[in-house]
Design a protein around this ligand. Structure first.
Ligand code: PGA
Length: 241
């Protein structure tokens, strides 16, 4: 049985007061055993969240370069200094807004692994690709090109672009089919691969995902900003074990 991995992606949607409020509520909640809960704060807030009970740390981004003259970038080795264990790479918002290609994503994931961290490689099709019937081949291509030459310690997050922040999550069946396909495509290289679902996950729909075949955890955006709501999602994933 794979331990469910539940990652909170705070994006750029929280301020320092919000982080403190989250911590106060989270710390007052009972521990949840049998799941791995992780939070991905904006980079400057990593030290604020360090050492929180039962919450590992994830960065939202990393440089594809190792070190040197790259103003504004953060190296993977710096993230290890702040206790990160995971790094999101290739989130669709970065693919769209910062022009991150599969090749850049692969390079970032490699840097992440070289620093001893686990990349969470994000993939997912835009809505026109799904309506044209090409979702599976599109995601396969993203997965194969974004994971080129990666070692085994990696996680994939399947996040259909049309489901992110839209309130319209994929059905558990649609997600499950894609997860099984991703696992099949990479089975030779990564037999133990964990694949997370993301896109409008909420406390009231999360159990359907964590109970579905091939779904090993969740990447949660909006519903992770409140500690109450994120705790409920984690508790529900524990219940679905
Ligand atoms: P959402 O975001 O849960 O707000 O849809 C998910 C994500 O972008 O990781």
């Amino acid at each position: 049985m794979i331990t469910p991995l539940i990652i909170a992606n705070w994006k750029m949607a929280i301020d320092a007061d919000g982080v403190e409020a989250f911590k106060a509520t989270w710390n007052a909640k009972p521990s949840i055993h049998g799941i791995e809960a992780v939070v991905a704060p904006p980079a400057p807030y990593l030290p604020l969240v360090q050492g929180l009970s039962q919450l590992s740390l994830c960065a939202q981004n990393v440089s594809e370069n190792e070190q040197g003259a790259h103003t504004g970038e953060v190296a993977a080795s710096m993230l290890t200094d702040f206790g990160c264990q995971y790094v999101l790479v290739g989130h669709s918002e970065r693919r769209q807004n910062q022009g991150e290609t599969n090749a850049i994503v692969a390079q970032k994931a490699k840097r992440t692994q070289a620093a001893g961290l686990i990349p969470v490689v994000c993939v997912g099709e835009p809505s026109h690709i799904r309506s044209e019937g090409h979702a599976t081949s599109y995601v396969r291509d993203q997965v194969l090109s974004s994971c080129e030459d990666l070692a085994e310690d990696l996680v994939i997050a399947y996040e259909p672009v049309w489901a992110i922040g839209s309130g319209e999550a994929a059905s558990a069946q649609v997600a499950s089919e894609m997860h099984l396909d991703i696992k099949a495509v990479l089975a030779d290289r990564y037999p133990e691969l964990r694949v997370l679902y993301g896109g409008s996950v909420k406390p009231d729909n999360c159990a359907a995902f964590t109970m579905a075949t091939g779904i090993d955890g969740l990447l949660v955006g909006g519903a992770s900003l409140s500690a109450e709501s994120f705790w409920n999602i984690c508790a529900s994933a524990k219940g679905a074990e």
